[in-house]
Design a protein around this ligand. Structure first.
Ligand SMILES: Cc1ncc(COP(=O)(O)O)c(C=O)c1O
Length: 386
């Protein structure tokens, strides 16, 4: 048995991990147990929005941990109250529900849509093929990729799958039982596929006409990553609600479901809950992240995102193995004519952390602190790894 197999034998075998043990990070860099340095364009899968060892974030966590870590949602806490106000004021929504992960934010979406629809006995929800919404039973049913659902037996009823970016396909699935549509503005795990603006506009109109709730899954593309706080703001189409998680608390687990009053009021006391959701530690971290984002990092994501997109496009002109470059802001993918995994493994050996999205796509979702110089460094490592 090699040392990894020996050390990891008590952990369930659910991940294909790279053979490194990470120990610490600073700014855009992480370091493994042997002190080897990696520039990070994976950010813990689009999570570490402020990079590593950000003083405002670590101070917020330290200070809150000495005051009150947790107290449940039987009581109010200042960090949660403060955060809810900040999030509402950043967009077009009215009310927030706090949970702990992206999948839980999606569960909140599924439940509230059906509660909303129950007044007129409408329980059907439409999601997209090639989408990804998480691994809990509801979220994995909403996920339009059958391989995530294999071996699970019967899934959640009343979920239908439409073709992404194909309005007719969505329209054909709408009937008198439809209560919600859930869609990622940019499909992440499905291969970094941005929605067409016109498609989202058409969905908005369709939902308005039929009293259907339009919900954006912004778990991966939200929280400043696209150069606007909410992803929908970059597309100019306002949904009835959004699910967020990943980057919101900079690495401390948190999920957020945020909705307009019309939908939010479908949850009454006792309808939905989470023991840890929005606890003071996570909320203090999220407050620090949101403050930092407002303080220039959202604009940085916009500007460096443009630079990253251009750099990847010029890489495509040099390498015939790159067949497409897609993305918005700091969420980009390059599609290869071959599997991405060996190239990602080589990049990691060469000191660059990347993550795949589907079989042939390499994804770039760096921390929002990334600079043009960091992009140059990453591109040159990638060039040597292709
Ligand atoms: C768009 C999207 N929704 C939901 C999820 C699930 O989030 P979590 O892993 O925090 O449950 C993910 C995770 O990758 C995601 O990318």
């Amino acid at each position: 048995m090699n040392s990894f197999e020996e050390k990891s034998k008590y952990i369930m075998n659910t991940y294909n991990r790279f053979p490194i043990i990470l120990e610490k990070g600073d700014g855009m860099y992480v370091y493994d147990e042997n002190g080897k340095k990696y520039i990070d364009f994976a950010a813990g899968i689009a999570v570490n929005s402020l990079g590593y060892n950000n003083k405002k974030l670590t101070d917020a966590i330290k200070n809150q941990s000495e005051k009150l870590l947790h107290c449940s949602n039987l009581y109010w806490t200042k960090p949660q109250l403060e955060l809810s106000e900040k999030l509402v004021k950043l967009g077009d929504f009215d009310k927030v529900f706090f949970c702990n992960s992206g999948a839980e934010a999606i569960e909140s979406a599924l439940k509230i849509c059906r509660k909303y629809g129950s007044e007129s006995e409408r329980y059907e929800i439409i999601t997209m093929k090639h989408s990804f919404h998480g691994r809990t039973f509801g979220a994995v049913t909403a996920t339009g990729q059958p391989h995530y659902q294999e071996g699970l037996g019967e899934l959640l009823p009343n979920i239908k799958y439409a073709e992404f970016n194909n309005f007719e396909s969505v329209k054909n699935l709408v009937n008198e039982k439809t209560c919600g549509i859930i869609i990622e503005p940019i499909q992440g795990e499905g291969g970094i596929i941005p929605a067409k603006k016109e498609f989202l506009q058409n969905l908005r109109e369709l939902c308005d006409k039929n009293d259907i709730m339009l919900i954006f899954d912004e778990v991966q593309c939200g929280v400043g990553r696209l150069g606007t706080f909410f992803a929908y703001q970059r597309f100019g189409v306002v949904p009835d609600a959004a699910a967020m998680a990943k980057g919101i608390a900079g690495g401390v687990p948190m999920g957020v479901f945020i909705a307009k009053e019309k939908l939010a009021k479908s949850f009454k006391p006792g309808d939905h809950a989470s023991t840890f959701g929005g606890n003071p530690l996570a909320a203090a971290a999220a407050n620090a992240v949101v403050d930092e984002l407002k303080n220039g990092l959202i604009d940085n994501a916009y500007n460096v995102g443009e630079y990253l997109g251009n750099a990847l496009k010029s890489l495509k002109s040099k390498f015939s193995s790159i067949i497409d470059v897609r993305g918005v802001g700091l969420m980009y993918g390059i599609e290869l004519d071959k599997p991405a995994a060996p190239i990602i493994a080589r990049a990691i050996e060469n000191g660059l952390l990347l993550v795949g999205a589907g079989k042939n796509v390499i994804r770039f979702v760096p921390p929002l602190i990334v600079s043009e110089n960091d992009v140059d460094i990453a591109i040159s490592i990638l060039e040597n790894s292709l």
